[in-house]
Design a protein around this ligand. Structure first.
Ligand SMILES: [Mg+2]
Ligand SMILES: [Zn+2]
Length: 435
């Protein structure tokens, strides 16, 4: 597969106006070279760089790519046509799908897996999406159960928007037929103009959710952050090939206040310190997974759609404080019958309702987890029991929410009892400092 790198930007916001943005260095190597090395490691040997500002600097540095072992073509756009316009002008003679990466991104994702995902279902485009620590000023997408994009929301967003933290990361696999939607010889942008148009007209675009490293370095602060991450080895450590330490969090009574069968977004209030604690876990390289029993679904107190709204709102209010969760796993079941309006299909014994370990085992199946460095925080012994049954190495009971009121029902005991998620996360990040 061919890769196309969009390298038209200037480095102005980085205070480096004499070089194209992708020639800015991270760890002594231009960002563009980091990208090309990643491409090559996934057998992308044909790379096109669409350049415009000071394209000669890119040419001088990379030549024809032979030194890096790839076949490199540098195309200078004149006049600049925006991301979509530029790709259309280049791709006229190409019939096969190709990969597009914006070249102000530091990326370390398993591109081979991404391409397999794209090929697994028919679609005009696959977009890499991920939660980030600034969803308020990011382009967001809304997806359905099969990861098809339903809607695009361009930044900026109102503080009350309440959307899922699913950010368009600006890495795409595109089918050339999508380019029919791109106007000829006039500037247009994929995220802002083309993708929304495709979805509105019934075209299929799919989202590839990743927890791997994708961050832009387009401002001084972000460049500094990316450089820090690079030096600390964090960028490659987040690749899906590497097992990551993990913290499982119960939802009600740990992250948000326990109200009993929470069914509306206005009932959702964070426990003080929850967002900053989760942010700390994010920054320290932990996966953060929510594992929650939601019998309100089986009891008919809430619909799946209603629960999705609550989880979008939860992601949103965490995002306002720069925190995110990597996934939310919930059990919709409940064993006891007798509620009016109950959903009979969900009224059954299952393997995911805590104290059963199913939700944690599912996360383990879907992600590469370092279970020797795994933690769980719950407010009930049934959470602790689920964690221990799944092989979580350390469990913490917090005194918020139910405050362990079900202790009589279980023999299991937590490794630690702490006042709140804040204290618990301090212990977790302190204990893992040396790894
Ligand atoms: Mg709870
Ligand atoms: Zn279940």
């Amino acid at each position: 597969m061919r890769a196309v790198l969009l390298a038209g930007g200037k480095g102005t916001r980085l205070g480096k106006s004499d070089i194209p943005k992708p020639m800015v260095e991270v760890g002594g190597i231009p960002v563009l070279e980091h990208q090309i090395r990643l491409l090559k490691s996934h057998q992308f040997y044909q790379v096109t760089v669409l350049a415009s500002y000071k394209a000669e600097r890119i040419e001088e540095y990379f030549g024809d790519g032979a030194e890096l072992g790839i076949d490199l073509e540098i195309v200078t756009e004149d006049p600049p046509l925006g991301t979509a316009g530029a790709v259309k002008a280049f791709a006229k003679c190409h019939k096969d799908p190709f990969l597009v990466i914006y070249s102000d991104l530091m990326v370390d994702i398993d591109l081979t897996h991404l391409v397999e995902f794209h090929k697994s279902r028919e679609s005009l485009a696959t977009l890499v999406v991920h939660p980030n620590d600034h969803p308020l000023d990011s382009d967001l997408v809304e997806i359905d159960d099969e990861a098809f994009v339903k809607q695009f929301f361009s930044k900026p967003h109102a503080e009350s928007a309440g959307r899922r933290n699913l950010v368009n990361a600006a890495v795409y696999v595109l089918d050339p037929s999508l380019l029919e939607m791109v106007p000829e010889n006039e500037p247009s942008d994929f995220g802002r103009d083309i993708f929304p148009k495709v979805v509105k007209s019934g075209g299929k675009i799919r989202a590839y959710l990743t927890t791997e490293y994708v961050k832009d370095m387009g401002t001084r602060e972000r460049l500094a952050a990316v450089t820090r991450d690079f030096r600390a080895g964090k960028i490659s450590r987040m690749n899906r090939g590497v097992a990551r330490k993990v913290c499982f969090l119960d939802r009600d009574g740990v992250i948000n206040k326990e109200v009993g069968d929470l069914s509306r977004t206005d009932q959702l209030t964070l426990i003080p310190g929850a967002a900053t604690s989760i942010r700390k876990l994010n920054q320290n390289g932990f996966f953060v997974f929510v594992v929650t029993n939601q019998p309100a679904l089986a009891k008919g107190f809430i619909t799946l759609e209603g629960l999705s709204k609550i989880h979008a709102q939860l992601e949103w209010i965490l995002g306002l404080d720069g925190a995110f969760v990597d996934a939310i796993y919930f059990c919709p079941h409940h064993p006891d019958k007798g509620f009016s309006g109950e959903d009979k299909t969900l009224k059954r014994e299952c393997e995911c309702r805590k104290p059963a370990p199913g939700l944690i085992l599912k996360a383990l199946e879907e992600h590469n987890l370092d279970m020797e460095n795994s933690w769980l925080i719950g407010d009930r012994l049934c959470d602790i029991a689920a964690g221990q049954a799944a092989g979580v190495s350390k469990t913490i009971l917090v005194r918020t929410g139910h405050d362990g009121h079900d202790a009589d029902l279980y023999e299991e005991r937590p490794d630690f009892v702490m006042d709140s998620i804040e204290e618990a996360c301090e212990l977790i990040t302190e204990s893992s400092r040396d790894q």
